[in-house]
Design a protein around this ligand. Structure first.
Ligand code: GLV
Ligand code: MN
Ligand code: MN
Length: 413
C-alpha cells in the first residue's frame, strides 16, 4: 500500500482515551491519577496489556518508565519513539499526557494491522511522574533517563503524607530492572493538547511548538510564632501566613516588574497548624517561574529572594528556600519542526507555529537528540482542570500527523 494513504483509526483512539478516562474518573468529568497511586497502577496495567496485544516487546526500567518496542528492518539502528505520561494532576483532565500515550498506541496499532515494516525500530513510552504535583519535580523519570537528574535523589522524594517515591514505585510493582539510562535515538515525538487558548482562538488544528519555556521550581518555608489569636495584640506578632501573603503578591507582580515575557505562580501552600484561632507558625509554599529567557527567570528569582527577605524581616519570621528544580528552555530540532509542518499540510490540516508554556518530557529528550511536539486545540484554553477537553476529530488529526512523522523518521537510514 502507498504509505501516504495510511490513517489512524479515530474511533479506536477515542475508545482507548475513554477507557483510560474511567481510571480515576472524578465526579466533575476529569481524572485523578496521581503518580504511583493505585489508579496509576491500574492504568499502567491496562497500557501494558494493550502493548502485549500487538506483540510489542515491553520493558519497565528502574524509574517505572514503560517502553514497548517494535523491531525495524535494520534493528540495530537508533529507534524513533513517542509517548507522554499516564499520570494526572489532582482533579486533572482526560487528555493531558494520556493523549500522547494513546496517540502513540494508535500509531503502533496502525503500523501493526497494516504490517508496515519500518527501517528503524519504533518505540512507545509512558514516562513516570511527568506532573510532579504529588512528588516534585515534574518530568523526573525522563530527567533521570536523560542523565540530568539523579536516580537516588528521585527515589528519595516524598509526598505531603511523607510517602517515599522509591517505595511507592515498588509498591505498585513498577520498579523495573532495566537501567533508566538513555540509549541513542533518531527522533522523539510527543503529541499533546495545547493547554492554552491560541489554537482555538485562531481556528487552527495543529500547533507546532518551536520549543518549551524554561521551568524553575522553588520551595519556601517560613517560621512564625504560634499564639492564641484573642489575647495576643496585633503589634509584635510573628504571623507566618501574613509574611507569606506579602511574598505571594511579590511573585504575582514579578513578571511585570522584570519586563520581558515571563509567568510566575504560587500554586501550593501549607499553613500550620491551620486553625482559625491560632496565629500561624509555619508556612510552606511553592514558586513556579517560566520564560523563554532563562536569565530573566533567574533574575526574577534573585529579585524575589530580596522581596522575601524584606517581608520576612518585617514580620519577624525567619525563612528558608530550596531551589528545587530547573530545566532550561529548549528549542526543538528544526528538522522535525519542518517535517511536522510538511506532514500537517500534506494531510490537509491547518497549522500554527507557537511555543509551549507547559512543561513536557520532550524537554529532556531534546537535550539528547532530535525532539518535537504536536499540539491540538484545548477547548476554552482550559487544562489541569476537570473540564479540560478537546474534540475527537482533533485528537485523530494530531495522531495522523504523529503517524506520518514517525513513519518518515523511521524510514530514514
Ligand atoms: C506540566 O504539566 C507543567 O507544569 O507544565
Ligand atoms: Mn502533560
Ligand atoms: Mn500536566
Amino acid at each position: 500500500m502507498d504509505l501516504s494513504d495510511l490513517r489512524v483509526n479515530g474511533e479506536r483512539l477515542r475508545a482507548s482515551l475513554e477507557e483510560m478516562a474511567k481510571i480515576g474518573a472524578t465526579p466533575g468529568g476529569g481524572v485523578q491519577r496521581l503518580t504511583l497511586s493505585d489508579e496509576d497502577k491500574r492504568a499502567r496495567d491496562l497500557f501494558v496489556g494493550r502493548l502485549e496485544e500487538i506483540d510489542l516487546e515491553v520493558t519497565v526500567d528502574e524509574m517505572g518508565n514503560i517502553f514497548g518496542r517494535r523491531p525495524g528492518k535494520n534493528d540495530e539502528l537508533p529507534p524513533v519513539f513517542s509517548g507522554s505520561h499516564i499520570d494526572s494532576q489532582p482533579k486533572g483532565g482526560r487528555f493531558d499526557g494520556i493523549l500522547g500515550v494513546m496517540g502513540a498506541l494508535e500509531v503502533m496499532r496502525t503500523l501493526h494491522e497494516n504490517n508496515v515494516q519500518t527501517e528503524r525500530p519504533v518505540l512507545i513510552v509512558d514516562w513516570t511522574n511527568e506532573e510532579g504535583s504529588r512528588f516534585a519535580p515534574a518530568m523526573v523519570a525522563s530527567g533521570v533517563w536523560a542523565g540530568k537528574l539523579d536516580r537516588d535523589w528521585a527515589y528519595s522524594r516524598t509526598d505531603r503524607d511523607g510517602k517515599v517515591f522509591g517505595e511507592e514505585l515498588e509498591r505498585i510493582g513498577y520498579k523495573g530492572s532495566a537501567p533508566a539510562k538513555a540509549w541513542p535515538f533518531h527522533a522523539y515525538y510527543e503529541l499533546h493538547i495545547e493547554q492554552g487558548p491560541v489554537l482555538e482562538s485562531i481556528g487552527k488544528t495543529i500547533g507546532i511548538p518551536k520549543g518549551i519555556l524554561c521551568l524553575h521550581w522553588y520551595d519556601v518555608y517560613i517560621e512564625g510564632k504560634a499564639n492564641q489569636v484573642g489575647p495576643t495584640p496585633m503589634e509584635g506578632r510573628n504571623d507566618a501566613l501574613c509574611a507569606a501573603a506579602e511574598m505571594i503578591l511579590a511573585v504575582q507582580s514579578v513578571p511585570a516588574r522584570m519586563g520581558g515575557n515571563m509567568v510566575a505562580t504560587v500554586g501550593e501552600i501549607q499553613n500550620y497548624p491551620n486553625s482559625r484561632n491560632i496565629i500561624p507558625d509555619g508556612v510552606h509554599f511553592t514558586v513556579d517561574i517560566r520564560s523563554w529567557d532563562d536569565h530573566l527567570a533567574i533574575n526574577a528569582w534573585e529579585q524575589l529572594k530580596i522581596d522575601f527577605q524584606a517581608a520576612a524581616g518585617k514580620n519577624g519570621c525567619p525563612i528558608r528556600f530550596e531551589e528545587t528544580w530547573r530545566v532550561e528552555h529548549t528549542p526543538f530540532a528544526e528538522k522535525l519542526v519542518g517535517l511536522l509542518a510538511q506532514k500537517a499540510e500534506a494531510l490537509g490540516y491547518s497549522s500554527h507555529h507557537m511555543v509551549s508554556g507547559a512543561g513536557h518530557d520532550a524537554s529532556y529528550m531534546n537535550m539528547l537528540g532530535d525532539a518535537a511536539m504536536i499540539f491540538i486545540p484545548s477547548i476554552g484554553g482550559r487544562s489541569h482542570v476537570e473540564v479540560e477537553n478537546s474534540t475527537w476529530e482533533d485528537c485523530e488529526s494530531g495522531a495522523n500527523v504523529l503517524l506520518h512523522c514517525m513513519i518518515e523518521s523511521a524510514n530514514e537510514v
